[in-house]
Design a protein around this ligand. Structure first.
Ligand code: AMP
Length: 215
């Protein structure tokens, strides 16, 4: 299955991508995590991306598309993948349709803006593997290190109020039009993601199972 997770920052795409990856035994690929790794490793792409991420803006399409193509060419993607955070613009979606990057199903996790601001400020990410946590709603076992790999937990520099507001603005302007794009292709399924984590996880798994069965 080739699945895209759509939704605003803080909707829980990373957490749900990890659940789905376990369920379907396919990799979850987060463009945000790939870009943050490139920034911390100071690669040429990382140097281009850093200024955009800091401001809460999107990294240029050609840069992100190239990163995704390289990642999807890896062996573990041959039975499918879950894309978390890609595509994020109409241009990226069109490139996916024109090239070999396929999409079977798009799951949109919808959450109102007020809820997102609260969620993003309590969010923590593993510096090493990118696993997503929340200090109140999804804490790690010892509250300090990643449950999966023992990595250090950090607050993302773009999870601060000014940048959060910019990212929400960018989402509504540049990413939300993708809902219409994929509705027209008959690929979009939407769920409401503002309930608690267990309830959202159940809805996500049910929605993907139901839509996946029709493929
Ligand atoms: P995320 O971890 O998905 O919230 O992404 C963090 C940041 O990475 C975004 O605010 C963008 O600056 C950048 N980014 C991630 N995915 C994309 C994408 N598909 N297109 C452009 N920029 C992206």
């Amino acid at each position: 299955m080739k699945l895209v997770l759509l939704g605003p920052p803080g909707a829980g795409k990373g957490t749900q991508a990890a659940n789905l990856a376990k369920e379907y035994k396919i990799p979850a690929i987060s463009t945000g995590h790939i870009i943050r790794t490139a920034i911390s490793e100071k690669t040429p792409v990382g140097k281009i991306a850093e200024e955009f991420i800091k401001r809460g803006e999107l990294v240029p399409d050609d840069t992100v598309v190239e990163l995704v193509k390289v990642r999807l060419a890896e062996d573990d993607c041959k039975n499918g993948y879950i894309l978390d955070g890609f595509p994020r613009t109409l241009a990226q979606a069109e490139i996916m349709d024109e090239t070999s990057i396929g999409v079977d199903l798009v799951l949109d996790i919808d959450v109102p803006d007020e809820k997102l601001v609260e969620r993003l400020s309590g969010r923590r990410e593993c510096k090493k593997c990118g696993a997503a946590y929340h200090v109140l709603y999804n804490p790690t076992k010892n509250g300090e290190t990643c449950d999966k790999c023992g990595g250090e937990l950090v607050m993302r520099s773009d999870d601060v109020p000014e940048v959060i507001l910019k990212r929400l603005e960018v989402y509504h302007k540049q990413t939300e039009p993708l809902k219409e794009y994929y509705t027209k292709q008959g690929k979009l399924t939407s769920i409401q993601g503002q309930k608690d984590l267990a309830e959202t996880t159940r809805m996500v798994l049910d929605a993907v199972k139901e839509a996946g069965a029709k493929l």
